[in-house]
Ligand binder design. Structure first.
Ligand code: ADP
Ligand code: DP6
Length: 342
């Protein structure tokens, strides 16, 4: 019996300049480059075992065996590595999401970054993290960015080999993010489906692509200058522009719920009336993410609790690069997993 084992942890990331739309669906090549902040609070741990006794791939998530559909997604992803390394063994994949799954909190980002690193470790691939991000991309676009900590750019590139993520800044300054988890149930319209429909039908879509490039250049300058106000303003504007493309799709749709609007209103009110600098963004789900200064976080959490007493409010610091786990660390992770991400 031969086995090859790899284990890894990757954190989720929240885009400040969104990836929204593909120019090549099969290769996951995006229409626009994007930039994110990796979060310390949410992550995925994954173990992969290639084993010549297996007659098919297996996949369990949070201790539950997954459907054929989910397994075939994993198999297609593993095939990229098997082809690259001329590997014929099937694999057993076990994964733990310390983040709600499919709720717009980027579980697919941490998931495929962790799976990519665990697989590359098992198969002893000699790839830089940037090169590995081109593999992660084929599982879910946003996962390219989860191989790195801090602020990360995903360059749309010219082809599959150079559409990769790169670290921009480690965010070891006065930066944090607060998640307003208004609903952690599974979303109705997956990001993949929502973006495809938008590219195909929104009359605002070209404006999105044109202005995203400018937003990216400006936000990188703001990061280099550690200019929080400009960073926040660009983040909020870019997120709202992405959501405007869903409202202008045909038929239109939205990821905003009544609770998202309430949360948005709370952020605006706190900013205007209490003078705490905080800027919001949203993804393909109803939850609101608030970019803030780490030094304002405690005060901001208290204010948000006053305005939104019923909501789960989760503060997070910037997260680190994805890393390889030892068997002991994996076992510790299994032992602490409750099935109820924080
Ligand atoms: P999210 O906002 O959580 O990223 P998506 O709909 O984009 O939502 O992605 C969720 C999908 O990602 C899940 O339905 C599943 O197919 C896949 N996924 C989530 N977590 C894992 C994991 N740990 N390992 C493998 N695939 C995962
Ligand atoms: C709104 O990366 O989940 O969160 O590549 O089809 O798997 P696929 O989509 P995914 O989309 C993320 C969309 C977003 C913005 C972002 O994270 O950049």
């Amino acid at each position: 019996m031969t086995q090859a084992v790899g284990r890894a942890r990757a954190h989720t990331n929240i885009a400040l300049i969104k990836y929204w739309g593909k120019r090549d669906k099969d290769l996951f090549l995006p229409m626009n480059s994007s930039l994110s902040l990796t979060l310390d609070a949410f992550y995925t741990d994954t173990k992969v075992v290639f084993d010549d006794n297996l007659t098919e791939d297996r996949f369990s998530l949070n201790g539950k065996l997954q459907s054929e559909k989910e397994i075939s997604k994993i198999s297609r992803f593993l095939d990229l590595f098997r082809e690259y390394k001329d590997e014929s063994r099937f694999a057993r994949v076990e994964s733990l999401n310390f983040v709600p799954t499919a709720a717009g909190l980027a579980s697919s980002a941490s998931a495929f970054a962790a799976l990519a690193l665990a697989t590359a470790t098992a198969l002893e691939l000699e790839l830089s993290p940037e090169e590995l991000s081109t593999f992660a991309r084929r599982g879910s676009g946003s996962s390219t960015r989860s191989l790195f900590g801090g602020f990360v750019e995903w360059d749309k590139g010219t082809c599959s080999a150079d559409s990769m993520a790169r670290p921009v800044d480690d965010a070891s300054w006065d930066i944090g993010m607060i998640i307003l988890a208004v609903n952690t149930g599974q979303k109705k319209i997956a990001s993949r489906v929502g973006m495809e429909h938008t590219v195909a039908t929104s009359s605002f879509y070209q404006a999105w692509v044109d202005t995203a490039a400018e937003d990216l250049e400006n936000i990188k300058k703001a990061i280099a200058l550690r200019d929080f106000e400009t960073l926040g303003k660009i983040t909020e504007h870019n997120g709202m522009k992405m959501h405007a493309t869903t409202l202008s799709a045909n038929p239109p749709f939205t990821y905003f719920s009544a609770k998202s609007l309430e949360a948005q209103e709370a952020v605006r009110t706190i900013r205007e009336e209490l003078g705490i600098s905080a800027y919001m963004t949203m993804d393909a789900g109803p939850n609101v993410k608030v970019l803030c200064r780490q030094s304002d976080m405690e005060r901001l959490v208290r204010a948000l609790q006053d305005y939104l007493p019923a909501e789960k409010i989760i503060p997070s610091l910037p997260g680190k690069d994805a890393f390889v786990l030892t068997e002991e660390e994996w076992q510790a992770s299994l032992a602490t997993f409750t099935g109820e991400p924080r």
